[in-house]
Design a protein around this ligand. Sequence first.
Ligand code: BES
Ligand code: MN
Ligand code: MN
Length: 463
Amino acid sequence: MTDTPLTQSLEYARANQARLLEKFYEFLRIPSVSTDAAYQPDVHRAAEWLVAELERLGFDECAALPTDGHPVVYGEWLKAGDDQPTVIIYAHYDVQPPDPLALWQTPPFEPELRDGKLYARGAIDDKAGVWGNLIVFEALLQTTGALPFNVKVFFEGEEESGSPSMAPFITANRERLAADLLIISDGGCLPPTPEIIYSARGIISAEVTVTGPEHDFHSGLGGGVLHNPVHMVAKIIASFHDDNGHIRIPGAYDGSIPMTEAERQKFAATEDRTIQMIKQSLGDFRVWGEPGFGFMERSARTSLDVNGVYGGYQGDGVKTIIPAKAGFKVTMRLAPGQDPHDIARKLEAHVMGFACDTVDIAVKIGKQAGWGVLMLQDGPIIDALDRAYQAGWGQAIDFTRTGGSIPIMGMFQRELNLPITVMGFGSGALAHAPNEHLLLDYFQRNIDTAIHFYHALPQAISG
Ligand code: BES
Ligand code: MN
Ligand code: MN
């Protein structure tokens, strides 16, 4: 291999792997759980840790910018010059709660390497995206003294809690965030084939509470004469789908941009590998869902899931009561084109349609809301990313949608009208689950891929 800036950067990232891994451990040890207020100081500590790292790399304007929620870690490197493009690089430094703790083989915030797998909460989702980019910046800066384009780093601290304060933050920082492209470094391809994600679903959430008698009441006295709130909860939940999983809330699918026939076919062709991927973490599973739609298309359409339900006695043995209260949490995934506020109103109206004189029903729509997105699907940037994956992984990519959501994508798209693409570093398994782990070999391939991609980007954006 001839010695070029590109090969030097690749070489640097490999030569410094052990030291950079140690540093990654430091970051993984900070329990930056965004959903749980008890971890708030840790989220801030993680933000400050990242600000210090960006400063060490020579970025300017480094700061943990306050928001109504958790800080945004910002830093910029604009020394590529006015004639070069500017790219926002996004990742999130917050993580999911580690529960259930008992199921972890080693503690979630004490990273451990076993068989080439790095176990820790956030190891893939999405500290890999944050740290992977910092490695790439360091490799480029240390070998070439520069980055190939102007960079604005945006590390979010509340992605896993639905980005409740990001929309106003982006609106308030429009100028600062002006750019030619947004790269989302979240998620990560699984072996054997890298993939480029060109669409993600939107999301809304709600909590429904049903209250009946003022307190739990003897069911010998109350049975037959009091309306049981658990029954109402069951009735509402049962009304959400027909027997086949089609959502029965009027207007639930409104606004969905239909797939073209060409896409439907290409997308359907990724079914086998997606099923394989799910099997890697779930083992054999039984498929359910709307008839008339293939497995893949169902995973990209509107969906509704009750995420938790409570009410009444859960302990051992019998307890003869009419419970005072019951409720559930629900989220809907939205197809691109659907307005989260519109669908939230329709969900609320549907639930309130059960209102009656004998129990009280309340719906609280969550602040977490995000539009689904369609991102870059072809053109020079995607070609450059494809070539980068071929260089990094030695394989051609698959194109696909994810059923997951990154609420901020829609905010960026709608507020800043930026082209978006995804290049994640988190290749591994069990995101959001116990024993989340990063496959280090593939993490390294992603670093290689990003170095190739970033080298090729200026040309791809302006040419
Ligand atoms: N990284 C995921 C989303 C994702 C999944 C991106 C697969 C690319 C491929 C993200 O961190 C996530 O978990 N999002 C949440 C959002 C929610 C908490 C509002 C989700 O999809 O459940
Ligand atoms: Mn993520
Ligand atoms: Mn996540």
